[in-house]
Write a protein that binds this ligand. Structure first.
Ligand SMILES: C[S@@+](CC[C@H](N)C(=O)[O-])C[C@H]1O[C@@H](n2cnc3c(N)ncnc32)[C@H](O)[C@@H]1O
Length: 356
């Protein structure tokens, strides 16, 4: 067993949940050694860090804790560009490290963050350097760092676009992982839009079903999923259905998991009044209730479902609370977990509705 540091993203609670769900669905055994809002330290066997960082939406970096400087740089060149990232108050080991590199005959140059106020590199800055992470008295070697360019390619180069109504790739991955899906499973998104959840599930090796009541969305998803097939060498299959989510039992008898952001009400340009937000929330509730009832008939594992939490002009927050309807029907669930987008006028809450 080795010890790994997982640096968490913007919503730490969600990132932790996602990582645990990912490990459990793939039967990766782990022991939690430490947890905070910055990072998780896990004891695990043979982590495929590159793969994990690609699959997980909420993890920024994965680093291996080392007990000697000898394990920090294992390359063969006698030149290295390295960086120190300190998460919290850590001992200054710069001089020790310099002396070590000198002793080993390695010409080492240091890279610093452009963000003067922070002691660690951002994921973009930490590409292509040997990054040494210090956290809670541990020294670790960064094994994989989230690369925003990989998301940007899929996001901006796919043929069908609909920016205002589309979730981020990061959020799509979080939903898929929370659903308990593993490669080979079938994932359904009953409000698929232009297919973001479906495309990410395909990249992760799952078969997908996308449905939407809008013909444009079905055609857009088809174009995007063909693009994914062409660029990511995926062998997964997809099926697209034009239907109201509440009618899905007419078309599907079984899926493994559901991951979805449903219709969240009319598009909001400005903050609504509290009264308006309450009205929208009230109107959405029956759609969510009927859809969840339908999905429960066909889903084997988890149904991961987003609801909006409106911010109002008076800076109040108005949620769409589905807890009473789940409780009334004795449906087990976890959440809601808050997903905050820095740019959005609306917050999102994520519910994990359990089937077993
Ligand atoms: C928030 S968007 C989903 C965005 C999607 N996750 C993406 O990234 O493209 C909601 C979608 O629900 C669809 N929709 C609205 N009401 C529906 C219903 N009753 N049944 C099925 N789809 C519906 C809309 O056409 C829209 O594409």
């Amino acid at each position: 067993m080795q010890k790994y540091i997982f640096i968490l993203g913007r919503d730490p609670e969600l990132s932790r949940k996602e990582l645990f769900a990912y490990c459990e669905s793939r039967n990766l055994k782990y022991e939690v050694l430490d947890t905070s809002d910055i990072a998780l330290i896990l004891s695990m066997n043979n982590v495929n860090a590159e793969k994990m960082i690609e699959d997980l939406g909420g993890i920024q970096k994965i680093a291996l804790i080392v007990d000697s400087f000898d394990n920090l740089y294992t390359g063969t060149k006698n030149k290295v560009r390295y960086a120190m990232s300190q998460y919290g108050e850590e001992e200054d080991i710069k001089n020790e490290l310099k002396a070590y590199f000198k002793k080993e005959g390695i010409k080492a140059t240091i890279k610093k963050s452009h963000h003067q106020e922070q002691d660690y590199l951002t994921p973009s800055e930490a590409q292509n350097v040997v990054e040494i992470i210090q956290y809670k008295g541990n020294v670790a070697k960064s094994l994989a760092v989230f690369n925003p360019k990989h998301h940007k390619f899929r996001d901006t180069k796919r043929p069908a676009q609909r920016p205002l109504h589309t979730i981020s790739i990061r959020l799509a991955k979080i939903l898929i992982n929370l659903s308990g899906a593993k490669p080979g499973d079938t994932v359904l998104d009953p409000f698929c839009g232009i297919g973001t959840v479906a495309q990410e599930a395909m990249v992760m090796g799952m078969d997908v079903i996308g449905s939407d009541n809008d013909k444009f969305c079905i055609e857009a998803s088809k174009k995007n999923l063909e693009f994914i097939k062409a660029h990511y060498n995926c062998h997964s299959s997809y099926r697209l259905i034009e239907t109201d989510a509440r009618q899905l039992t007419r078309f599907i008898s079984r899926v493994d998991c559901v991951a979805t952001e449903p219709y969240l009400g009319p598009f909001i340009k400005d903050y609504p009044s509290e009264q308006k937000a309450r009205g929208v929330a009230r109107n959405l509730l029956p759609l969510y209730q009927e859809t969840i009832q339908t999905l429960r008939k066909i889903t084997k594992k988890n149904i991961v479902f987003i609801t909006p939490r409106f911010r109002t002009t008076a800076r109040k927050e108005v949620p769409v609370n589905i807890a009473p309807l789940l409780e009334k029907n004795h449906i087990p669930f976890e959440g809601p977990f808050l997903y905050s987008s820095p740019t959005s006028k609306m917050l999102r809450e994520i519910w994990i509705i359990k089937q077993k």
